[in-house]
Design a protein around this ligand. Sequence first.
Ligand code: CA
Ligand code: CA
Length: 274
Amino acid sequence: MDAINGAKTTTSNNAVVTVSEAPDTEKPVITLQGGSTITLTVGDTYIEPGVSITDNKDSEAELQARLQITGWNYDTSAPGTYYLFYNVSDAAGNAADPKTRTVIVAEAPDTTPPVITVLGDNPATVTQGETYIDAGATARDDRDGDITHKIQTSGTVDTQTVGSYTITYTVSDAAGNAASATRTVIVEKGNGMEKLSVLPFTLYPNPATSHVRITGETPILHLKILNLQGALVLQTGGSGSAEMELLVFQLPAGIYIVHVFFENSFAVGKFIKE
Ligand SMILES: [Ca+2]
Ligand SMILES: [Ca+2]
């Protein structure tokens, strides 16, 4: 019996015997080529690796012609997980077990470093002996957004020494792309005088820890102490004498400006609280 050409008629002893082929009930088998999961990057072109199909009767070429691929439309413009479904039936109508391929379209890797914005003046200047307060920087990344909190700041400014200093800000995004920016800080020479006015008065000890004694030549009416931001931190009336002692132990360490009000005159001094 010829199994390939279906029914065959043979003649024997003048009798006609017709042998019918058993109906095809065997379904084709689909095998995915290229793996059941394919990973791409956004913007990549999907290339269908195809399938192989076997069947007990139909040729692969016939089955490939009847293969149906449905599901995903091959659009790789958006990241996501997509599915392709493979179906085929043989000529006798036996459907293969469908196969599914998963296509993962991954976001393109982050290769763009963050951008650091240095706030305030650059270069910044500070007078010798005064406190330098850095204005800081912000950082934004194309993927991570605001990553200001991840900025590392390095460098020091010795405000006691005239010169040029560099503050360096560095930051990396989650993918490890690094950025850095710098600020130049110039410590300028001050007037070199501890007392800003020419009115004679002394201020000691300086630096101070617990108290400051101020001695003028005329009675002191009252005193004000301001911080370098100009905020009044201490105020007191005078004692009627040319000498006063101020308790400063409660002040945070730093540099302070003293306004001394004498009769008919005014003077300004500066001291360091340790
Ligand atoms: Ca079949
Ligand atoms: Ca980035």
